[in-house]
Design a protein. Structure first.
Length: 132
């Protein structure tokens, strides 16, 4: 399977020195069959947040968080950028990035089609919360 960077390059080619990890996430890859009328989401780990911010804005992305509302997450340690239906979730916390990737893999394996179930799983893995 293609890694996140190979998939994202269809939409934007982020210089390799600006990121340490890119992974496709969200219902477009978690659900089977995939949700087609939704944003295409990627989580990105960077240790060069200012340079990445400048690069993304130069390509027309605006800082805006749809994922924050969708997953009802605490907006700490990450920010979002969007252009059309592409949503980039940016973090400088490598552990948080790896947890997001893990949550995506588990949600995909379980084929969590119900949004509330995905939210519960992500909150459990990212924040150690059991929201029930």
């Amino acid at each position: 399977t293609l890694c996140g960077a190979d998939m994202l390059i269809k939409y934007i080619n982020i210089p390799q020195d600006l990121w340490g990890g890119i992974y496709q996430t969200g219902s477009s890859v978690i659900c089977n069959p995939p949700v087609t009328d939704t944003d295409i989401d990627y989580v990105i780990y960077t240790n060069k947040e200012d340079k990445l911010d400048t690069f993304l804005k130069s390509k027309g992305y605006t800082k805006s968080c749809a994922e924050e509302e969708e997953y009802d997450l605490d907006n700490e340690g990450f920010s979002c950028y969007r252009l059309n239906n592409i949503n980039l979730i940016i973090t400088t916390d490598r552990e948080w990035y790896l947890k997001w990737v893990l949550a995506t893999k588990v949600a995909r394996k379980l084929n969590l089609k119900v949004k509330a179930d995905r939210v519960m799983l992500f909150k459990a893995i990212l924040y150690g919360e059991a929201p029930f």
